[in-house]
Design a protein around this ligand. Sequence first.
Ligand code: IMP
Length: 175
Amino acid sequence: MAIKPLIDASRIAQRVIELAHEITHDYLGKELVIVPVLKGSYVFAADLVRHIDLDLSVDFLGVRSYGDAQESSGVVEISTDLSHPIEGKHVILVEDIVDTGLTASYLNQNLITRRPASLKLASLLHKPSRTRKTVEIDYLGFTVDDVFVVGYGLDHAEKFRNLPYLAVITDEPSS
Ligand code: IMP
């Protein structure tokens, strides 16, 4: 197994700033709650919020998805719930990657029952070739092919989250 760089740190930083500026513009004068989905989105969310020039709060959602390391089964469970109600608040759910779309779709359905004023989705990555459930991504970083991506918070068996850039895992032996 080897890792091959996919998107470098400066390109990520530039795109994150663009998304943060868009969000700042869209939510002027509104009370915003940023909800990063743990663990994969923690790096993206940490960078994103630091460029959003608004009063906001951050609350985390932990999810557990059953399946093997590289394949989501579609059975999603909330392992750590939000610490505050979101009723009447403007919420942006922050994902690392929308792969099959099953997790984001499940979380959308769950959060909407809590009656937020609005609910949008930000995702660093999208793998459209793997879609099983279509979800609208309001703030998207990058579209990627059907490859397994690690780094910048994304893991493979809990490793590589600390890479400052995005990389692809390949079957080639590492040199
Ligand atoms: P879903 O298939 O859209 O439900 O994606 C569920 C979760 O699987 C994502 O939030 C990621 O944590 C993980 N995942 C999917 N594809 C990748 C990948 O390429 N690298 C790392 N994690 C991934």
